[in-house]
Design a protein around this ligand. Structure first.
Ligand code: HEC
Ligand code: HEC
Length: 165
């Protein structure tokens, strides 16, 4: 029993020093890696800075190009005060088949009436009810990371040009 106690008494400071060194090493590596983390804008993980001002939601009313045919179109207007929950769907107030004409809004597409078994329903399918699952507004924020997306037309154009060479 005494021997065990003695071992603990001698080993404890060594263990504490080892732990401290490990923590310093971790801090060092966190700081080193910050340059590669654009989302934190170079701010150390153990620090918190004032957040950037909120970006403005684009409210141009101009429908945007889709990056590919199946892309849910992005919302070209602000949706700040539009309630969207179990009881009420403000989006359908303008985008439903019945109301689209009055508001000159594009009607929800035919795919939104299909149940998951491919049945055409009289009204919007429940799986399409929560619009913002798929449709989002855009802000004037600068992209945080570089985007290398290439449009399909550009890709096909590039391939054709290569084939001609
Ligand atoms: C007051 C009527 C109104 C309401 C409410 C409304 N919209 Fe719209 N929406 C429009 C109109 C009109 C357009 C056509 C472009 C424009 O004028 O902004 C449009 C355009 C869109 C488009 C672009 C379609 C395309 O083909 O590019 C999407 C997506 C959209 N709205 C989604 C929504 C969602 C999601 C909501 C609810 C959060 C919503 N809208 C609420 C009137 C409305
Ligand atoms: C599960 C994802 C999803 C949900 C939820 C959804 N949409 Fe869509 N929406 C799409 C996709 C994908 C497209 C483009 C392809 C298509 O027409 O199906 C689209 C197209 C549209 C269009 C363009 C129609 C056209 O003919 O140009 C409008 C407007 C729209 N949605 C409005 C809405 C509204 C309003 C809601 C909520 C009531 C909603 N969507 C819910 C995925 C979704």
């Amino acid at each position: 029993m005494k021997a065990v106690l003695m071992t603990i008494v001698f080993m404890l400071p060594i263990a504490l020093v080892a732990l401290d060194t490990r923590r310093d090493a971790l801090r060092g590596s966190v700081r080193e890696n910050l340059g590669r983390d654009p989302l934190r804008r170079g701010i150390p993980l153990d620090e918190e800075r004032r957040p950037l001002p909120m970006q403005r939601v684009e409210n141009t009313d101009l429908r945007r190009k889709r990056a590919h045919p199946e892309q849910p179109p992005t919302i070209p207007h602000a949706i700040d005060s539009y309630q969207l929950d179990k009881n009420s769907n403000a989006c359908l107030h303008c985008h439903s088949r019945a109301n689209a004409e009055d508001f000159q809004a594009p009607m929800i597409s035919v795919t939104h009436f299909l149940s998951r078994d491919g049945q055409v329903l009289a009204n919007i399918a429940p799986r399409r009810y929560f619009c913002t699952q798929c449709h989002v507004v855009q802000t004037d924020a600068k992209p945080l990371v570089k985007n290398q997306f290439r449009d399909v037309d550009e890709l096909i154009g590039g391939e054709k040009a290569e084939a001609r060479d």
